[in-house]
Design a binder for this molecule. Structure first.
Ligand SMILES: [Zn+2]
Ligand SMILES: [Zn+2]
Length: 240
């Protein structure tokens, strides 16, 4: 039974009571690495070395700036022997970008990690088939989402995005769709879902459960959303 844990549920601004959005699938697959990824894992009893796969959605700081901290922790604390392999899944140019980020953060400390390797757009890990798909966010950030499938269960993480063809295509078949609810309705940007855009999507896909994360509201405050939408909180765990 797949377990989806939210180690954070806030957008870039970390509204009160929320750390940056962070999704952990079955205790081993991590989607993105926000700046406080290590303390977020610690406060939920997750050891950095148990992560086998890190899926990068796009190049915004609230999604990737934790990568050097995650690697540093594993190298010096939880996986000193380098026994646990970590696969990083990102856009093809991602390796260079992440190496630059690591070199900036900890010069000459992280460049020799033999247990980190990179993958391209689709594959299989821990029984999950996955594929990356393009979404609608500022194009300079190279934005993607991921479709995961295991034993007939389909989980789609939409990354940071506004409405787009791929999300429309995947919403009907998804059992669970993770949507990043970045901004309120009064902010004018095509690059994020708002409550009214998510309401529209959810009403047209009544058999799909939408987990709204990357929230702009403070913890405990909720928007008016259809009953197949759950606004998640930090620490929420869902089992399907
Ligand atoms: Zn973000
Ligand atoms: Zn973003």
């Amino acid at each position: 039974m797949p377990t989806i844990s939210f180690l954070g549920s806030g957008n870039a601004f970390c509204p009160s009571g929320r750390l940056h959005s962070l999704v952990l699938i079955e205790d081993t697959l991590l989607v993105d690495a926000p700046p406080t990824v290590v303390p977020q894992m610690r406060s939920h009893g997750v050891c950095p070395s148990q992560i086998t796969d890190l899926f990068i959605t796009h190049w915004h700081g609230d999604h990737i700036f934790g990568v050097p901290f995650l690697l540093l922790e594993r190298k010096w604390i939880s996986d000193r022997e380098g026994a646990n392999k970590l696969m990083i899944h990102s856009h093809l140019g991602g390796k260079d970008k992440l190496e630059q980020l690591c070199e900036l953060a900890y010069p000459e400390s992280l460049g020799d990690l033999q247990w980190v390797s990179y993958n391209t757009e689709h594959g299989e890990t821990k029984g999950w088939k996955f594929e990356r798909f393009e979404v609608c966010h500022n194009p300079i950030t190279e934005p993607y989402g991921y479709r995961f499938e295991k034993d007939g269960f389909i989980l789609v993480h939409c990354g940071d995005s506004g409405p787009c063809d791929n999300i429309e295509r995947l919403a009907p078949e998804a059992d669970v769709m993770i949507i990043e609810l970045g901004i309120p309705d009064y902010v004018d940007s095509p690059y994020h879902y708002t409550p009214s855009r998510l309401t529209d999507l959810a009403l047209r896909n009544p058999d799909t459960i939408f987990l709204a994360t990357h929230n702009f509201s403070n913890s405990g405050e909720s928007s008016e959303l259809p009953k197949n939408v759950i606004e998640v909180e930090d620490g929420d765990v869902f089992k399907y």
